[in-house]
Design a protein around this ligand. Sequence first.
Ligand SMILES: Cc1ncc(COP(=O)(O)O)c(C=O)c1O
Length: 370
Amino acid sequence: MIQHTDHFHGSDLEKIEQTFGIRKEEIISFSANINPLGLSENLKAYLSSHLDVITTYPDREYTGLSNAISEYTKCNPENIIVGNGATELISLFFSAISPKKALIIGPTYSEYEREISLSGGQIHYYFTKEENDFRFQMSDFLMEMKKDYDLVILCNPNNPTSTTLTKRELSTILSKLNEQNGYLLVDETYVEFVDNVEEISAVSLTEQFSNLVVLRGISKFFASPGLRLGYGITGNKDLLSFIKEHKNPWTINSVAEAAGSFMFRDKAYIKKTSDYIKEERNFVCKSLASIEGLKIYKSTCNFVLVKITKEGINADILFDYCIKKKFMIRNCSSFQSLNNLYFRVCFMRHEDNLALLNSIKEAMEQAYFL
Ligand SMILES: Cc1ncc(COP(=O)(O)O)c(C=O)c1O
């Protein structure tokens, strides 16, 4: 079998189309981590009756949108800043903080490294270890913190390991960072998928710690990556006013503004998603664990990290096998500290999950012969 050395991200459907000759509409992406329920029907109805918002500029202050986010996240609306996806906010906060020596807790999402390198800061990594199932070891980490970092970045739950830190653990890190005038940036892109959001989310800590920035977006949980809407929460007024001064106005268009004001109050969709993901998480993880030659790391959100422990097969081979059946998994070899024994899949519609599980099982059984 020909192996492709390219690594495909969840949003690389056009690249896949060209490389494998499969129409992108036919590919089921187990790689993009997007809610399989798709757009809420209530949101579709709301948007189609509000399309005229396109004829006006959005509110420069995004007051209505910030109020909806404030209700949803139970935080002060004055502590919110909205952006063109979490991606714009990662970039804005890094250039505002302008770190000299940043620490990224990895393996994790690669965009942090890219953005810090653009802002000219030194980048260091603290890698959680495979022998601990990638779980965070606080005492070991506190030793690392003695090296005077002025920014620590972590993703909670973490992409791709799905590991989480509790609010208590985050408080410990924040107190330590406070002593050395350092910031903590927590990316909560996947937090709404966890069963115990209150225990995990750092949002309420923004009242207590002015060195904390929490980032979130609507791309994954609300299945809306095309709208490009994200938000940041911090109690640091100086940081907020610096960003507001330097940020281009209207980077969130009026359709995203209208959608955002509606979706955070769409309680039925929010509950349906949480219930659905919980059930599929149990089903997919149990099924993967029963396949010989796979090690499953505990999943807390809408995706799971898996290690191939059988000889004769790896994530490059498995990717090729699955994509020919139009299933796209995430080969994790491009994540720092991981290699081509790791892959990640998110939980899609039940029938698609079943079909993917069958393909993975077949591929594992045919190892050496693929
Ligand atoms: C951890 C993490 N943060 C941020 C993003 C990007 O989010 P957005 O679409 O809101 O810019 C992604 C996308 O995959 C992600 O995995």
